[in-house]
Design a binder for this molecule. Sequence first.
Ligand code: FEO
Length: 397
Amino acid sequence: MFQINERIQWVGKIDWELRKFHGDEYSTHRGSSYNSYLIQDEKVALIDTVWRPFSKEYVEELKKTIDLNRIDYVIANHGEIDHSGALPELMKAIPNVPIYCTKNAVKSLKGQYHEDWNFVTVKTGDTLDLGKGQLVFIEAPLLHWPDSMFTYYTKDAILFSNDAFGQHFASEKMYNDLVDQAELYQEATKYYANILTPFSSLVTRKIHEVLGLKVPVEMICPSHGIMWRDNPTQIVEKYLEWAGQYQENQITVLYDTMWDATRRMAEEIAAGIKAVDATVEIKLFNVATSDKNDVITEVFKSKMIVAGSSTINKGILSGLAADLEIIKGLQFKNKKAAAFGSYGWSGESPKQIQKELKEAGFEVWDETLGVLWNPDEEARETCRKFGRQLAEWSKTS
Ligand code: FEO
């Protein structure tokens, strides 16, 4: 338990061990937390719970903080199991307590737990009086599930935003002003890039809707990671920036290589880019040996990506093929791309990569670059020239 103020306690779980989330879909190098909040006003409300493996210890710990029979309302901002996973254990003790959630959350909660709890469905603008303050519900569909919502507590001007504004970041410091800022923003950016990118237009719309309410925001308390108390709207402004077809002055070269020829091409292309534009930050990743979510974060930050693979069985090596599949799903906007690769016999991969990049919504350089066998000096100069052309193109709008 962690005391936020005289009325509100954090009653979640810091998961220091977590290294993979969503199955194998998201790497969590810095662990995570499942944030649950207890508001003890004249009425008592519990906002979200924790992931299922921690359900028993969560309820045991919660009992040390409050007699469970004093809980008047449970608020389920989102039905995903990392926040609702302790509901079955909790509701065994308080089966009749109403669970406030969206209509879609009734579907996701019933679909997962097959329990007919006392659901009370809420819509944007609905309120629940706790005494000194009210809870105001704001539906946030597709941020990031159709069932997601935010809950705002008027007494302390706190926005409980669930996954939005969160980070997979275990820290006992709890607040944004107490942690390493580079680590915090690394995790917040990775979270946005890998989870929220496809919903960017909804992010912009929802933020403007919330800002339009013109209510004060003293704190933003998400369901993962640290809480924003120092200039809390900094993360809202960042989200608006990230949702707005974000890019930095960065070009990222992704390659998958069998016997190093494609790696050598990647390095020569990078040298060509650098020869034209000394200001651009160039990063190279062998995608077969790199963490895919870290790679996606770098793609998110890039104005251009250059993707290459050796040809295998008339196709693309599996490391790059997998990353391209993720990139397609995330629907990045406002980014350029080009394709290359080495080959020994048939050499189909650059054209196939180019096709994937087009389907992913990138503006794609017309020509692809293929090099037969290991690049000799002439081929290396061809790669550098390709890089120089891409660098010139990257400066155009
Ligand atoms: Fe969408 Fe943290 O669950």
